[in-house]
Write a protein that binds this ligand. Structure first.
Ligand code: G6P
Length: 591
């Protein structure tokens, strides 16, 4: 979602540096950008709608050692230059960039307007510099004014602020991630995500919720926003490489990440067995286990309901994180909430965790991003170890999340080794499947159906959530209208939509529901559908067959991969950028 990056230190190219750094966060999705550079005792501010990748950073070469920049994903107020951050105080001395939503902004805006403040935008963010300006009437200290302002906000924020008369960068967070990079020697970088500053430093310190940080580039002080008490921090070295976070030989991150499933599933399986057994025990003993996630991670949770039921005979409950609010009626100190998130920063998931914690329930997180807020705030964490995922459309994270769930389900059935063997074999089969001939075949199919307006996908049992996930993947990147259904639901409505030549995909395995899903596929065919079968075996009803290996309980991991590839090629054939779909963001830090 929105990207934030600021720098203060000994370098004199801060303006250029923050713009270049934000280009490394492009994958998060945004619609406008802006920068504020402190030059002498003035602020140079530039902002615009559109892509930061097209901005020539060398145009920001003025001698500058303190700058903040932002990429905005519109929430309050449309996509306009005026609404882009930074926002400034009336007197032009304070500049602020902000992620999140200040929920009581309307009330604060009325209060500030009554005191004579004039607003230029429709955003909630703009109240921040004005409120700091107001607070500066009762203190000389810029950081204290920021603290006092923050203490009046309701909602979520990760913000950076600077003042023309102070060589300090002030940051505060409640609900939106901010990470500090750098050392006294390098100066300090503060960003919403690590890739922004990976070219300069690998030393990081995490700012937690309710904390702020003040730095002049040489010294740094972390404090509690509410009390002002110092919060000691530990410097952590990042171990992953910038290469891992870059495209390499691939044209798009989405394709690179699809191909990385050759190894990422095996990495997800490589868990501490004792920990898996302990967590399985926690599920066994819990009085109610709830699974939540958003988007693709939510589909992994839905598939997990089937894994737990079929493999371990255990009932668990899935809800999309945004729908979890009313589940608090079911939660007690003996409930267990399992949250799934690639980024570890999704606002709705954090909200679900808060609800569970308020009831004393324990939280297990299955995350990709180590050190993320969800990772740190959960009682237990399992990492899927997929490496950085940058394309907005999630691919390798999904298969890693499902692999971990399958492992836990087998552990719960006291068959951990059997589960592990199945997953490692599946990983090896996926490695073989992802060969150039296979890719070409799917590319040809994409060529054939690229001009279709609608596409339907059916599945049954654990392939039902995969049918829904297939629809998300195709919608997200190709903008073709796609919907996923349970095969048995077809005749209760959706079948009315099928016309001669409508492409329909059937996700098939070799299990107790194979006959049923094939019957549903025949129903589609009888209405003229062009049937694409994803299955370990060819059946007569298929017009096109995308062969997949047999995967047993891991069949959904295998079946989703050709659809990820199909979605990718549909986007490319239709001239869309699969890495940056319109209106979407990689990390959704607003509710
Ligand atoms: C966004 C992304 C999706 C992702 C979802 C949940 O909508 O575009 O790809 O599945 O957020 O993200 P998370 O980081 O919590 O897995």
């Amino acid at each position: 979602m929105c990207g934030i990056f600021g720098y203060v230190g000994g370098r004199t190219d801060a303006g250029k540096l923050v713009i270049d750094g934000l280009k490394n966060l492009e994958y998060r999705g945004y619609d406008s950008w802006g920068v504020a550079c402190k030059i002498g005792t003035e602020i140079r501010m530039e902002k615009d709608i559109g892509k930061i990748s097209t901005v020539d950073s060398s145009a920001f070469a003025d001698a500058c050692s303190l700058a903040i920049a932002h990429t905005r994903w519109a929430t309050h107020g449309g996509v306009t230059k005026r609404n882009a951050h930074p926002h400034m105080s009336c007197d032009g001395t304070i500049a602020v960039v902000h992620n999140g939503i200040i929920e009581n902004y309307a009330e604060l805006r009325r209060e500030l307007e009554a005191k004579g403040h004039a607003f230029q935008s429709e955003t909630d963010t703009e109240i921040i510099p004005h409120l700091i300006e107001e607070e500066l009437k009762s203190t000389d200290d810029f950081a204290s004014a920021v603290r006092n302002a923050c203490n009046r906000f309701e909602g979520r924020y990760g913000l950076l602020a600077l003042h023309t008369l102070s060589q300090t960068l002030v940051a505060a967070r409640t609900g939106s991630p901010l990470i500090v990079g750098g050392t006294r020697k390098d100066g300090y970088f503060i960003a919403s995500d690590i890739p922004a500053f990976m070219d300069y430093t690998r030393t990081v310190q995490y700012l937690d919720d309710g904390e702020m940080v003040v730095t002049d580039g040489r010294s740094i002080l972390f404090t509690d926003i509410a009390t002002g008490e110092e919060r000691p921090k530990r410097e952590i070295e990042i171990t992953w490489t910038i290469e891992e976070a870059q495209k390499g030989a691939y044209k798009h991150f989405m394709l690179k990440e699809i191909m990385e499933q050759k190894e990422s599933i095996t990495r997800a399986v490589n868990q501490d067995e004792e920990q898996i057994m302990t967590l399985a025990e926690a599920i066994r003993n819990a009085q109610g286990t709830f699974l939540v996630g958003c988007g693709t991670a939510g589909k992994a949770c839905m598939a997990a309901e089937y894994f737990f039921s079929v493999i371990a005979g255990k009932h668990v409950n899935f809800a999309p994180a945004s729908e979890f609010k009313l589940y608090h009626h079911f939660l007690t100190s003996r409930s267990l909430l399992i949250v799934v998130s690639q980024s570890g920063e999704t606002a709705d998931v954090l909200e679900a965790m808060k609800i569970a914690k308020s009831k004393g329930s324990k939280v297990l997180a299955i995350v990709n991003a180590k050190g993320s807020t969800i990772d740190r705030e959960a009682d237990y964490s399992l990492h899927i170890n997929a490496g950085p995922e940058r394309a907005v459309a999630s691919t390798k994270a999904l298969t890693g999340q499902m692999a971990v769930f399958i492992l836990i389900a087998y552990a719960l059935a006291d068959k951990l080794q059997e589960g592990k063997t199945l997953l490692l074999e599946t990983g090896a089969k996926i490695n073989d499947m992802l060969n150039p001939r296979y890719m070409e075949r799917i590319e040809k199919l994409a060529e054939r159906i690229q001009r279709k307006q609608d596409l339907y996908i059916i599945g049954k049992s654990w392939n039902y959530p995969m049918a829904m996930e297939s629809a998300i993947k195709i919608q997200e990147v190709s903008y073709i209208h796609a919907e996923g259904f349970a095969g048995g639901e077809l005749k209760h409505g959706p079948i009315a939509l099928i016309e001669e030549g409508t492409p329909c995909i059937a996700l098939v395995g070799k299990d107790e529901v194979t006959t049923d899903i094939l019957s549903n596929t025949i129903e589609l065919k009888a209405r003229g559908a062009f049937v694409i079968g994803v299955a370990p075996e060819r059946y007569d009803v298929f017009d096109e067959w995308l062969k997949v290996p047999e995967g047993g309980a891991a069949q959904p991991l295998v079946n989703i991969i050709p659809i990820q590839i199909l979605a990718y090629f549909l986007a490319v054939k239709r001239g869309k950028d699969p890495d940056m779909p319109r209106n979407l963001a990689k990390s959704v830090t607003v509710k």
